[in-house]
Design a protein around this ligand. Sequence first.
Ligand code: SF4
Ligand code: SF4
Length: 221
Amino acid sequence: MAPIPGSGLAKGLAVTLRTMTKKTVTAQYPDAQPELPPRTRGVIGLFEENCTVCMLCARECPDWCIYIDSHKETVPPAAPGGRERSRNVLDRFAIDFALCMYCGICIEVCPFDALFWSPEFEYAETDIHELTHERDKLRDWMWTVPAPPALDPGAEEPKEIAAARKSAEKSAEKLAAAAQPEPTPEPGAGAAPEPGAEAAPGTGPGSAPQTKPTDPQGGES
Ligand code: SF4
Ligand code: SF4
């Protein structure tokens, strides 16, 4: 059957009318900031204090875009007579976001929770070299990392929190024990003898058992 002349135009106008009445989904960025999901992969933050320079992240990165330099330092023994220990000191930690493909492997493999996703994404540069973020910049991103979501009510308590709670409970018990009042002596116990009255040895409550005096020469007196 031949199409009715003008039916295509009518269909097109119907689509236009339908779309006009729907809620718009386009955000007018940068005038309107997008509402990003909390686990958005924007940029990577480095929590330097946790990094032990184990190099796992750099080794596992598929793009080889993590650069780490370090040196070893000798730490004196914690107690006299102990052994000296050596530890790695971080000299450089950088991520080249021009190469990074935001796979998140580095964050997953870090055994010491030193890397985190931040939802920040506004770090475009006109010079590609500026996309290599050095340690200080990576640390600054940590301020934009959202707090972790609350634990599921049925979740097992994290072992770090359990250990901290047990230690706090022990300290509280010790403090409570120290604050307990001393037991009061019974009336008359340990009272000073009346003037002139001779206290009978070994009599009376609370008196210490009398021992027979020993001869300094070794014999009994
Ligand atoms: S997110 Fe992936 S590509 Fe980017 S630095 Fe980490 S491991 Fe490398
Ligand atoms: S894996 Fe974690 S601890 Fe190891 S070097 Fe990378 S950031 Fe540091």
